[in-house]
Design a protein around this ligand. Sequence first.
Ligand SMILES: *Cc1c(COP(=O)(O)O)cnc(C)c1O
Length: 403
Amino acid sequence: MPNKPITTGPDRRGYYGPYGGMYVPETLMAPLLELTDQYGQARRDPAFRRALNGYLRDFVGRPTPLYFAERMTRELGCAGVYLKREDLCHTGAHKINNSLGQALLAQRMGKHRVIAETGAGQHGVATATVAAMFGMECVIYMGAVDMERQALNVFRMRSLGAQVVPVTAGQQTLKEAISEAMRDWVTNVRTTHYILGSALGAHPYPRIVRDFQSVIGREARRQIKRQAGRLPTALVACVGGGSNSIGLFYPFIRDAQVQMIGVEAGGRGIRKGQHAARFAGGKVGILQGTKTFLLQDRHGQIELTHSVSAGLDYAAIGPEHSWLRDLGRVEYAHVTDREAVEAFDALGRWEGILPALETAHAFAWCVQQADRWQRDDVLVLNCSGRGDKDVQQVAAWKQEHTR
Ligand SMILES: *Cc1c(COP(=O)(O)O)cnc(C)c1O
């Protein structure tokens, strides 16, 4: 492959090739433009970067280790499998890298109230955590169905002083929670910043989230060069909205020899309503501010999605991923619920690490592709989060599927 630098965007209007943009009602344009402007200033401000790096180190616990997984390496028969340990971040997943950055941005913009949506609750917990740390008012919107499924995270958010608002519209899950958060933002924009949790939504969010999560890939690039003495053959990460994956991939995007694989949720198989693999069953459309690949019917109605992992269970994928797929720079794959649950067990037994069910999708794919790996291949897997939150889900899944 020629080492031709590729440009992923966004361009000035917020597009990644034909994807992305700002598909919002007029009332949201002014706040989004203000955010674009303020973020542009913040990212060039050394004082902002110093403050961010200080909290990343002392509060989040960065840099996270790049761990050589010896037994998994033997199982896959390659030169090395390295796990980027985002599960060791404070609150147990990569989400806090972004929540922290955006909370600092809110402070800088003079906004003392933050709001967020959450699906599984991980982004809500990360946001409630940084809001408590900075002394900000915090409201989290969460689908009523998700609140029931993720009662532990609801309790954590409330203990951190956040108000958790149940959303009872539609499917009562993540998509409705995002709509509700956007409504709150329009109404209270003078005092409030909306901390969106993945590389999704209208410009400038996909870019802001990518930038704050890119600390993962910057560290991993330095670490793998030191520890393996070379760049990896491949990077592998799970893809919900696409934030942990773009965070790992982006700093390697010009290293043409490094393969990148994003793993979506294949659920119960690629049949309507049974999965969340946007590139397997989706088409280009517009959802919640952005143009990207979506699961929708022929009338443009959003289809139901399913995944055993709540964090991958969303009908749209971040717009930059749609562009990276068109460019052929990133390969996208999917694995089923069953394969993810098996990988959850395997990683526990091989490495003493219980991964989040989202993360388990990336592991499952690596195991499934064991034949693809050669003796001198080096893999970096993003261990996006820890599995404590999912033990009940795994137990329930096993009970339902064994008799
Ligand atoms: C939220 C979450 C994901 C999926 O979101 P992305 O934005 O695609 O990263 C993956 N892993 C964990 C542990 C999560 O909490």
